[in-house]
Design a protein around this ligand. Structure first.
Ligand SMILES: Cc1cc2nc3c(=O)[nH]c(=O)nc-3n(C[C@H](O)[C@H](O)[C@H](O)COP(=O)(O)OP(=O)(O)OC[C@H]3O[C@@H](n4cnc5c(N)ncnc54)[C@H](O)[C@@H]3O)c2cc1C
Length: 603
């Protein structure tokens, strides 16, 4: 089993050459950031990820998080051996604070850098990384809508990592359908609320790594409108906090059970009962009543980008492991090899194809995730309203593409990772299977990929009457033109990207025309359309990297090897992976006909 090593050279290439970090560091609010700082933080994070988190990944998979039932029926969760200590080091190292606002103890560094660092946590130990992602989600919710009092009480200890956060959305009858949320919140004379009901699937809903857990809970007040318009957002802590900031009484929120799962076994997935032993757990309203969904939507870009990063992280980890194995394992003779010592399997053409597929997919995921992070930074810190709006629109359009692409591709990449190992890949001891098992959930949570596809065709394509899509198309066409103006090194990439863009335009035309006439057509086509669009967008960013690579090579840049490697990977992506989009046009246009040709009983 190989240990994780952060792919620093590729990360730096994407950060400095594709995204052009100097432009992000020049944004108002990021004055302390420059290329040297970025590189230093990446180095330091790579050590923590490789030395501390990565060795715990198989331990967590084997031992999992355990629920210890208490005598009173109120259990608690024990994380796998080593997790609590690693978390202590993580918080003491200041890592939680990296992307957080400076006025509450954060370091205020760009989202771009936070995303690169987060990729490392996710590669090294996906289960561990969840506690970070959820805490950042809670911090963001408070930043968006919390009162000064709430911010002052909860933010400093969340930012320092002393306390952690959760996101409580799902209930037994309310999964994708958030309108069905039923947890109740009853106002009290002192301004607080009493929360009751059950939440399921709550990640890090209980654990032994921090002194307090700050649950963010969606619930309904007594006279709230039905549906999503009547949902409010509350803070419900595990321990109440006294006026002097010390921890007070235990609140009436208890873990009822912990799920046994296919993957991410060290990440506790809890059923939480609110108010079972009283007239409700004590909670505090965040922002306005009935505005909970609005706040959730604002947070969603970051949360969905975070899950896209999980796909990227797992793809990278799986690739590293397969590559190491392919260099060691000897079988047969590769074509042209001298008889004598057998060839390492990396010399066989089919294994080469598999490894390059893993590498090219992984690099395309990285490009997409970092590009979205760049747009989120510009959307928040851009110098003027028009720049900020354009960046926010681009991020909004790319989010469902990034979440679905990275997680679908992660399933493919981690499956190939097993394949490269042959039979040993199927044996748990090698660790290759863990990445595949861990990857599956990323296609499901934070809005299944089917829900992402509905978001794409139903909400994102119609943005500004199709103007946001047109702007994106123009950007991708401009890159194709730049590639076409280059020399023969770029010609195959220009050709394939141009053809993919033609396919995208063709499919988009069908979705918009048919979808206007009959939404069922658009919804039936949504998933193949999403894959077509996302693969094309990935091809666009691989093309941009090829342009940057050629510029670096021609300028005699110091790390010419990275640029030369990138050029080959981009060409492989263009010639071997991007053409898949042509096979998706027909499924898009096939629409609903066959889907509803059988009754439910005939299926
Ligand atoms: C390990 C794990 C961790 C989780 N962590 C959290 C957490 O921390 N906090 C939290 O609140 N939740 C969490 N969840 C819940 C997760 O977000 C939901 O499981 C997910 O949103 C899907 O909801 P569901 O499971 O009820 O599936 P359902 O909504 O029942 O969906 C079943 C299938 O139907 C499809 N479907 C549903 N509705 C539609 C529709 N309108 N159109 C087309 N297709 C549709 C879905 O795509 C899916 O394929 C977690 C879940 C798991 C398994």
């Amino acid at each position: 089993m190989s240990n994780y090593q952060a792919p620093l050279r590729d990360m730096r290439f994407v950060i400095h050459e594709l995204v052009e970090s100097h432009k992000i560091c020049a944004l108002p609010g990021y004055a302390d950031c420059d290329a040297d700082l970025i590189d230093a933080v990446l180095e330091e994070a790579s050590r923590f990820a490789g030395d501390i988190l990565s060795p715990l990944n198989p331990v967590g998979d084997r031992d999992g998080a355990r629920w210890l039932a208490g005598a009173d029926g109120k259990g608690e969760v024990r994380t796998a051996a080593g997790f609590a200590d690693a978390y202590k080091q993580f918080a003491e190292g200041g890592w939680m604070a990296l992307p957080c606002p400076p006025d509450h103890g954060g370091q205020g560094l760009p989202r771009l850098l936070a995303v690169a660092v987060s990729e490392m946590w996710k590669s090294a130990n996906l289960s561990f990384s969840h506690v970070i992602t959820l805490t950042h989600g809670a911090i963001e919710a408070l930043m968006i809508a919390g009162s000064t009092e709430l911010k002052d009480t909860w933010l400093p200890k969340l930012v320092s990592g002393e306390w952690t956060g959760t996101m409580n959305i799902t209930e037994p009858q309310a999964g994708s359908d958030l309108a069905a949320i039923a947890c109740r919140a009853v106002p009290q004379p002192d301004g607080s609320f009493r929360i009751s009901g059950q939440k399921i699937f709550i990640t890090y809903g209980d654990h032994d790594m921090a002194a307090n857990i700050v649950h963010l809970v969606l619930a309904r007040t007594p006279d709230a409108p039905t549906g999503t318009k009547g949902i409010s957002l509350f803070i419900v802590p595990k321990f109440l906090v006294n006026d002097d900031g010390t921890l007070g009484e235990r609140n009436d929120v208890h873990v009822v059970s912990v799920e046994h799962k296919m993957g991410i076994r060290a990440s506790p997935t809890c059923v939480l009962a609110y108010g079972d032993n009283s007239d409700g757990a004590i909670g505090y309203l965040i922002g306005e009543e009935n505005a909970g969904m609005r706040y959730m939507f604002t947070m969603m870009n970051n949360a969905r980008l975070g899950v896209g990063l999980e796909g990227l992280g797992l793809g990278e980890r799986s690739y590293q492991q397969a590559l190491a194995y392919a260099k060691e394992r000897k079988q047969g003779y590769a074509p042209g090899a001298a008889r004598g010592e057998k060839s390492a399997i990396i010399e066989h053409p089919d294994v080469r194809r598999q490894l390059l597929t893993m590498k090219a997919y992984t690099e395309s995921m990285r490009a997409l995730c970092y590009k979205v992070a760049e747009q989120i930074d510009v959307g928040r810190h851009g110098p003027d309203e028009a720049t900020r709006t354009a960046a926010q629109e681009m991020a909004d359009l790319l989010i469902p593409l990034t979440k679905s692409y990275c997680t679908d591709v992660a399933e493919t990449v981690t499956s190939i990772g097993i394949q490269v190992h042959g039979g040993m890949g199927f044996i748990e001891e090698t660790g290759a299977a863990q990445h595949y098992r861990d990857a599956k959930i990323t296609q499901i949570y934070e809005g299944t990929n089917g829900i992402q596809a509905m978001d794409l065709v139903g909400r994102k394509l119609p943005m500004r009457a199709g103007g946001v899509y047109q702007d994106q198309l123009a950007r991708m066409r401009a890159t194709a033109a730049d590639l076409a103006a280059g020399d023969e090194r770029l010609a195959p990439i220009a050709r394939e990207l141009g053809a993919a863009l033609d396919a995208l335009e063709d499919a988009t035309g069908w979705v918009l025309t048919e979808g206007l006439a009959d939404p069922v057509q658009a919804l039936s086509a949504a998933t193949p359309y999403q894959r077509l669009f996302a693969t094309t967008a990935a091809g666009w960013l691989m093309g941009q990297q090829a342009l940057a690579a050629v510029a670096s090579i021609d300028a005699g840049a110091a790390d010419a090897d990275v640029a030369a490697t990138k050029l080959v990977t981009a060409r492989f992506f263009a010639e071997h992976l991007l053409p898949q989009v042509h096979g998706l046009v027909a499924p898009v246009k096939a629409g609903k006909t066959d889907l509803f040709a059988l009754t439910a009983d005939q299926l």
